[in-house]
Design a protein around this ligand. Sequence first.
Ligand SMILES: Cc1ncc(C[n+]2csc(CCOP(=O)(O)OP(=O)(O)O)c2C)c(N)n1
Length: 610
Amino acid sequence: MSSPAAVSIGTTPTGADRRVLLSGNEAVAQGAVEAGITMAVGYPGTPSTEILESIGDRRDIDVRWSPNEKVALDVALGASLGGARALATMKHVGLNVAADTFMTSAYTGVGAGLVIITADDPGMHSSQNEQDNRAYARMAGVPLLEPSNSAEAREFTRAAFELSEEFDTPVLVRTTTRVSHNRGLVEPGPRGEPPVAGFRADPSKYVMIPGYARARRPVLLERLRRLAEYADSSPFTQEFGSGTDFGVVTSGISHHYVREALPDARILKLGMSYPLPMERIRRFADSVDRLFVVEELDPHLENDLLAAGIAVEGKAFFPQEGELDPDRVRRGFVAAGVLEPGPESEPPPVPMARPPLMCPGCPHTPPFLALKRLGAVVTGDIGCYTLASLEPLAAMDTCVAMGSSIGMAVGMAASGGAGAPVVATIGDSTFLHGGVQGLAEAVYSQADITVLILDNGTTAMTGGQEHPGTGFTLDRTETTPVDLVALCRALGVKDVNVVDPYDLAATYNALEAAMATGGPSVVITNRPCVESPTKVRDRAYEVIADACTACQACMTIGCPSIVWTDEFAEGRRKVRIDTLTCTGCTLCAQICTPLAIVPVPEPVETGHDH
Ligand SMILES: Cc1ncc(C[n+]2csc(CCOP(=O)(O)OP(=O)(O)O)c2C)c(N)n1
């Protein structure tokens, strides 16, 4: 068997074997390129981020990060109305942010095709919840496609643009972490021709005042009826296996788990899971004695089938929380009496669990050390700094949704029950995503809070993406950065201070002073992330073993470069520094009272090149 070609997204391989190995995210991008998109826009969020990154260097497509998902969808919708096929990408919780536009875009319909990718995260590998975004398709009344692997991610995304134009509707394509990140064989096609139509003004379609929106509601419902008819004959529905004892209705990645658990089972695989191909499902149900639904998370399909009067079993045997896998599916079918109990497969051994930690030299560490010492109540936000909630820093009290820290701080302070000064901590990307309005609220209500903006010049948590405060666009073109100090002042915050977080004393003092100010105050830390966009590596530090008194103060910062030794002083273990990973931030040296932590000596100049 020949091996698949290496190819960049959107170019067609020329060898005999035209297949390439692509992740689900790359395959989505490939499908969109083949569909002729000229606009791709999103906000980073695992597991969706690589979709835009994989086409970021294309000159024929306008690929951009927006400040948040709502703006991304607004940009995509505007582009679509202007005649450009547009792709909007986000993680599942991003659709909550974009939901306002999403709901009403179902009323306006589209110009050129508009496809929204929601990348869901069952199992919460990197998310604050595991909401099942299939519900959004029903709530908005838009068609939903669910690819199960990379080949389908490409095909379904491409087809979604056709559907979008044929039915004049945005189309939601839902992937899940396993589909987004797994690699599979894909046969790419050529770049599609972008559509040429421009904007056609039609206020009754695009201006959603009540009088016009009321008239669009029946249009939406009639469109859904036609989509349901289409679903029944669409190529998105496939049948596998044989037998009449039982059948399984499934979609997305669950399809592969069922086939692994029960290779010969009768399966009806739904590629389009809203609206449902109900007549096909009914015929399938009639052809088997027992019908099961296997689906991750909510009983989305199960409830629809039950509501249609189709007897079906599902969540009684298959869990509603977490990811499914072949073993969980097998156990469900054993419980249902369909499979004999067999030997349980042993999960592979996991090396010693390592708790997540901030990186060596992370500029987020010092302000949290200071906040802990200052005894603040800290409403946190989402980003690398959320790790400050864990030991040994343990300096964050809440974390709910992007941008929530500031509004929650306002409420916490207003409650009168905080018992200590309240500080909201928020990253630069998150501040521009959803924090600015919280600060407006703090100014508006003259809340007695301090907002700590951790400006590391990137969106580090998701791998270092640009945002409007960085001064660069997705393709690293320079642009005008949003000036955070000027923005805070313009909102009405009088007390705005910038501090170098590597100076622990200055950081402590700045926070202490801000917390003592009445009304809202802002402290901004200004060191770049040590990993992105370029690695920051200064001269490393080391521990003078004889000088170390084993006080272990340096261990309180949770730096992974500081490790235990086998030496003891007064019964306590001494430490050393891994000089390969130390970035030379000096934080540990600043808190080492015996002055045992010093820079490694400069290499001696020998005059010889090696
Ligand atoms: C609504 C929403 N969109 C996207 C994400 C994914 N996400 C988590 S944190 C984060 C931003 C982190 O950047 P920043 O606030 O600058 O902090 P840093 O990680 O750089 O410290 C993103 C995009 C999310 N959790 N929720």
